[in-house]
Design a protein around this ligand. Sequence first.
Ligand SMILES: N[C@@H](CCC(=O)N[C@@H](CS)C(=O)NCC(=O)O)C(=O)O
Length: 221
Amino acid sequence: MNLVLHNYWRSSASYRVRIGLALKGLAYEYRVVNIIKDGGAQHTEAYRALNPMAQVPTLEVIEDVGSPVVLTQSLPILEYLDERWPQHPLLPIGASHAAMATRAKVRALAELINAGIQPLQNLTTTRKVKALGGDDQAWVQGFIASGLAAYEAAIAETHGRYSVGDAPTLADCCLIPQLYSARRFGVSLDPYPRLRIIDAACADDAAFQAAHPDRQPDAVA
Ligand SMILES: N[C@@H](CCC(=O)N[C@@H](CS)C(=O)NCC(=O)O)C(=O)O
């Protein structure tokens, strides 16, 4: 079995999956999809056949026997990894009602970023804002700041060393790339003390370090 991750160093959705793979100790082939150069390799016919939304990441799971499985959308990819390789669970385990509620909270935090922030900072969106005469930088900064404020409030009762408790979850796989994007777009993290504690914990973790954009083969200094 081989894993092939089609991704881009600075893509936050790609970064989420790299963190999940690293937390689980899974080796994979890194396939670059440069979403900027020459109009973007995500728009080629070959790539669209894998990912009709023309977005990264895409994970191919190439089994020893049978056809490859092609997975898109970072959160379902992470949930697939979690089901298939349960070590270092990304969703807290347990059959109790309390465990179910905790999983729902982890997924809600992941969605806060996946649905509530990231699509508003995505390349396609910011290009459209600019084309319509808007200030794309101010647009992105405003949505990141309000989204992070919501995350900071949402983890008041759940956080420990990480967003929910003392082990990394799906929520942190989304949060850390989002904090990377915040810095990239010039959004201060000063108003979010809980997020800064989690950020520091993840910065100390080898899996999060290995997944960092600057450590990827296509990183540009
Ligand atoms: N919901 C998708 C979002 C994927 C996404 O927006 N990817 C961005 C990079 S982070 C992309 O490929 N953008 C290319 C474009 O907008 O043309 C996921 O989680 O996989």
